[in-house]
Design a protein. Sequence first.
Length: 402
Amino acid sequence: MKHQWKSLLLVAYVFLFIGAIVSMNDVLLPSVKEVFHLNFVQATFIQQSFYLVYLIFPIPMAYYISKYGYKNALVSALVICSTGALLFYPAFHSASYLLALSGVFVISVGVTLVNVAANPLAALLGDPSGSHIRVNIVQLFSRIGATLTPILATKIIYGESATVSFHLPYLVIGTATFLLAVGIFLSRLPAFKPAIEKGFSLSAIIRESRAYPQLFWGAIIMFFYIGADASTAGFFISYLRDPAIAGFSPDKAANYLSLYYLAATIFSFIGIYLLQFISPGRLIAMLGIGMVTLYTLAIFTVSHLNPYIMVGLGAFISIMFASIFSLSIEGAGDFTEKGSALVNIAIVGGAVFPPIQGWIADSKGVQVSYLVPCSCFLLIIAYGIFCDRRVGKLSPGQHSGV
């Protein structure tokens, strides 16, 4: 199974920073809740600002990629991420929650462009039969970035003083992403461009997607998956800081969040190995059952095991995004780029479900609020079973994901 390793690793480096950026939302939410004296619903404006971008930009971005290619898209995305991150400096010094949300929004524009461009690019960098593995490899780097971020960012934010310096990690990220953009611009990353440039309207893409049931339903399931993922990680620190559950300090809760991402990273390796023997759909269903089991324990039990139950969620969620994404665009042919845009639009689910969980957390408690992501995973299990039953029905050429 041949992979273009040099180019693939360059794309993986991009995802290393994307993982750090996305996991910063999980650290930022409890810190701004404290700084600006917000309730849970108000604090989830972080997720809304981040994920609403996916409702607006994926289709224009798909058109941009078709005109200028994947390499230029990645360079543009990283520069945008850098710009958004640097907005946190004036947000902190002016004590402006609105400006912080603006920074999150701009960063998300860059992250969205990465997701629309880089996941299909990873699928293209080698033999078609290895597309699932390559997408999981770059997502593995995203998990590594997410694993390191909570501990480092929390230490930087809280430091030794009483000041909650939520802007400092973003200054580091902003500088690093700009330097990476320069590196990619100067690199020999292949300048692939999609062949199709017409029909980039949402209604047209949805209409055409019905010819690809796995893609059509995959986009819907991605909506629920991202909602569950954002809710699980976004309330993780608040869950463990709750005196009725664990009563951890911010640092200790952040350590367990890093363990959550570490579990996701380790089990991503295992998942990549298992994908050589188990269909992605069947593996999604199996891991989904594990997620529902652990959510149930986290919601209805209180013991010294609760922090480890939360960490365990990271193991089962490990390969979910990459597998759902690659299954969705599998066999889409020339429709792959539009299909990728449609699946990325579905990521807006991350803006929908955290406020619902926040409302439940404000009224019933953060522990009960985890019923929201638990419910989402029941549908994800069903999609995994659906895809597993389709194995063998596609011709060999349709399994390429391109």
